[in-house]
Design a binder for this molecule. Structure first.
Ligand SMILES: *Cc1c(COP(=O)(O)O)cnc(C)c1O
Length: 459
C-alpha cells in the first residue's frame, strides 16, 4: 500500500509545471521555488514512509504549501517586527529603535563613501572616533571618551588594560550576571585580573573596601545591578566616598553602569537609575555603558573618563578588535546630537516611549481599538503595566493601556501564532485568554497593518 502511495507522489518537474507554481516563478527566484517544491515533496514522502498517510493531498493543497514555503524562504530572516509587548528595550527584538535622524545617518554612511577616517578640513587622514568623542565629553562632563562594539567589550577592554595581573576590589552584592553568560567574576578571570570580593550580599561598607586594598590592587570596581535589586536591610557605599578612598590610595574607580542613561528618568516616574553624568561628577575614573539601552542608540559600548586611562585603552591591542563600523558610528553621532540639541525626549524613540503618559497611551489604544472594531473585530481597551526591559529598572512598572482582542473562531493561541507568522510579524501577548497589543511600543503608522492582520486572523 505504501508503495502505491509513494509512486503517486508527483515528481518535482510535475509540480513545477502547475500553473500556480508557474506564477510563483515569475515573482521570485527560480531556485527558491524549486527548493520549496523539493521541501514539500520530501516532507510528503517522509509522512508516507512513516505510515502517517492513507491518501495523498490534492494537487491544489500541495501547490498552496509550496507557495507558503517559497514565500517564507524569500523573506529576510532578520526583518522588522511590530512590537505589541510594551517592552521598550526588548533584547530579543533588537533593544532600542533608532531615531529617524540616526537611521538616515547610518544609511547615508552605508550607501556612500564617508568621512569615517578622513579629515575634510585638512584633506588628510582623520580619526574614526573624532565623530563622537567631543559630543560624549560635552554631554557627560568627562575628560575623554571612546566607543566599542558593546558594553561587554568595553568592560573587557577596561579590565584588560587596567587590571591584568592584579586585583580588583568589588562588592559581593554587585557580582552580577547580565545574561548570555556575561558574569563579572568570569570576565575578570578572562582579563587576567583577580577578583577581590568584599562585603556581603546585602551590605558593603567603606571599611570593607579599605581593608581589602593591598599591594596588588589595581582598581575598585562598581557594577550597576541593572537587572535585579536587593531590597530591605541593605547598604552600599556612595560613589563619592568610594572615589575619595580610592584616590587617597592612588587607585582608580571603574564603574560598569549597564544601561547608562544620559537622561534623568525621575521625569518619567522611574527611580534609582543613575545617570552617566552623576558618576563622572562623583569622580569615577572610568565609566562604561551600553548605547542601545536607555541611551536609545545603536548597539555600542561607550567608555568615558580620565584621559590617562582612555589613552591606554586606545593603544591596547584589544581595542582594534572591538572598533565600531561606520553605520554604527553615524547612528551614534546622530543620537548624541539629539541630546546636545535638546531634542532627545521627542526625537529618540526609547525616550519618547518611556515618557508617554498613561492618558496619551489610552488615547492611542482607543484609536487602534476603534479601527479594529470598525473592521468587525471584538476588541476593547484595558489598563496594563509594562517593564522597561533591557535589564533596566527591573522592579518598577509603567502604567499603560492595551487593546485586548477576543478572537471569534480560532483560539487565542492560534491568533497569537498567526500574528507572529506574518511577513511583518506582530508580537503580542496573551493574558486572561485574550490577545493583548500594548500601545506604548506601537506606532500609529502600524495600525493599518495590525487591523488588516486582525481581520484576517481574529474574525
Ligand atoms: C547590559 C549590561 C552589560 C552588557 O552590555 P551590552 O551592551 O549588552 O554588551 C554589562 N553590564 C551591565 C551592568 C549591563 O546592564
Amino acid at each position: 500500500m505504501d508503495q502505491k502511495l509513494l509512486r503517486g507522489i508527483p515528481k518535482v518537474d510535475d509540480l513545477l509545471k502547475e500553473p500556480s507554481v508557474g506564477v510563483l516563478m515569475e515573482k521570485m527566484p527560480a531556485q527558491t521555488v524549486t527548493d520549496a517544491v523539493r521541501t514539500a515533496l520530501d516532507g510528503l514522502r517522509r509522512e508516507v514512509l512513516a505510515g502517517m498517510r492513507e491518501t495523498l493531498p490534492e494537487r491544489a493543497a500541495l501547490c498552496a504549501q509550496v507557495e507558503t514555503l517559497a514565500r517564507q524562504a524569500a523573506l529576510p530572516s532578520l526583518r522588522g517586527v511590530i512590537n505589541g509587548t510594551g517592552v521598550v528595550l526588548h533584547t530579543n527584538l533588537g533593544r532600542a529603535c533608532l531615531s529617524r535622524r540616526a537611521a538616515e545617518a547610518a544609511r547615508d554612511a552605508a550607501e556612500h563613501y564617508c568621512t569615517l577616517e578622513y579629515d575634510v578640513s585638512a584633506g588628510c587622514r582623520g580619526h574614526r572616533y573624532a565623530h563622537v568623542e567631543s559630543l560624549l565629553t560635552r554631554l557627560t562632563g568627562a575628560e575623554s571618551a571612546l566607543a566599542v562594539n558593546n558594553n561587554a567589550a568595553a568592560v573587557l577592554l577596561i579590565l584588560s588594560a587596567m587590571a591584568a595581573g592584579g586585583e580588583v576590589v568589588t562588592s559581593r552584592g554587585e557580582l552580577v550576571e547580565i545574561g548570555g553568560s556575561f558574569r563579572i567574576p568570569d570576565i575578570m578571570e578572562t582579563c587576567g585580573a583577580k577578583l577581590r570580593e568584599v562585603g556581603t550580599t546585602n551590605k558593603t561598607h567603606l571599611s570593607d573596601y579599605e581593608k581589602a586594598i593591598g599591594e596588588d590592587t589595581r582598581a575598585l570596581m562598581k557594577v550597576h545591578t541593572s537587572n535585579f535589586r536587593i531590597q530591605g536591610f541593605t547598604e552600599s557605599v556612595p560613589l563619592a566616598d568610594l572615589t575619595a578612598l580610592a584616590h587617597a590610595k592612588g587607585l582608580p574607580v571603574i564603574e560598569d553602569l549597564g544601561s547608562g542613561s544620559l537622561w534623568d528618568l525621575e521625569r518619567f516616574g522611574l527611580h534609582d537609575e543613575p545617570t552617566v553624568q552623576s558618576s563622572v561628577a562623583a569622580g569615577v575614573d572610568v565609566v562604561s555603558f551600553s548605547s542601545d539601552k536607555l541611551l536609545g542608540g545603536p548597539q555600542a559600548g561607550i567608555i568615558v573618563g580620565k584621559e590617562q586611562y582612555i589613552d591606554r585603552f586606545r593603544s591596547h591591542p584589544l581595542y582594534r578588535a572591538m572598533r565600531l563600523d561606520k553605520m554604527t558610528l553615524a547612528a551614534l553621532e546622530a543620537t548624541l546630537r539629539a541630546y546636545s540639541d535638546g531634542t532627545a525626549e521627542t526625537e529618540i524613540p526609547t525616550l519618547s516611549m518611556l515618557a508617554a503618559a498613561p492618558e496619551t497611551l489610552k488615547m492611542k489604544a482607543l484609536r487602534l481599538c476603534a479601527l479594529a472594531q470598525e473592521a468587525g473585530v471584538d476588541a476593547e481597551v484595558v489598563p496594563s503595566e509594562d517593564q522597561v526591559g533591557g535589564g533596566s529598572v527591573p522592579t518598577q512598572l509603567l502604567s499603560t493601556f492595551a487593546v485586548a482582542v477576543t478572537p471569534r473562531r480560532v483560539s487565542v493561541d492560534n491568533l497569537e501564532a498567526a500574528m507572529r507568522l506574518r511577513d511583518r510579524p506582530i508580537i503580542g501577548r496573551i493574558a486572561h485568554d485574550r490577545y493583548l497589543l500594548d500601545a506604548r511600543t506601537l506606532r500609529e503608522d502600524e495600525f493599518a497593518c495590525i487591523v488588516q492582520a486582525l481581520t484576517e486572523s481574529a474574525l
